[in-house]
Design a protein around this ligand. Sequence first.
Ligand SMILES: Cc1cc2nc3c(=O)[nH]c(=O)nc-3n(C[C@H](O)[C@H](O)[C@H](O)COP(=O)(O)OP(=O)(O)OC[C@H]3O[C@@H](n4cnc5c(N)ncnc54)[C@H](O)[C@@H]3O)c2cc1C
Length: 41
Amino acid sequence: MLITNVLVIGGGPAGSIAARFLAAHNIDTILIERDLSYIKP
Ligand SMILES: Cc1cc2nc3c(=O)[nH]c(=O)nc-3n(C[C@H](O)[C@H](O)[C@H](O)COP(=O)(O)OP(=O)(O)OC[C@H]3O[C@@H](n4cnc5c(N)ncnc54)[C@H](O)[C@@H]3O)c2cc1C
C-alpha cells in the first residue's frame, strides 16, 4: 500500500509542476500518469 499526503493524478504540465513544487517543499507526493507515451512533461 502506498501512503502519501498528496496524490496527483495526471502528469501533464499542470500535474507535473504541482507534484514537483510539493516535493521540493518536502511534502510527500505521488504522481500517477496513465499514458507514458506523452513525453513532453
Ligand atoms: C494537438 C495539441 C498540440 C499542442 N501543442 C502545444 C504547444 O506546442 N505548446 C503549448 O504550449 N501547448 C500546446 N498544446 C496545449 C497543451 O498541450 C495543454 O495546454 C496542456 O497539455 C494542458 O496541461 P494540463 O496538465 O492541464 O493537462 P494535460 O496535458 O491534458 O494533462 C493531463 C494528464 O492527466 C493524465 N490523466 C488523465 N486522467 C488520468 C487518470 N485517470 N489516471 C492517470 N492519469 C490521467 C493524462 O494522461 C494527461 O497526461 C497542445 C494541445 C494539443 C491538443
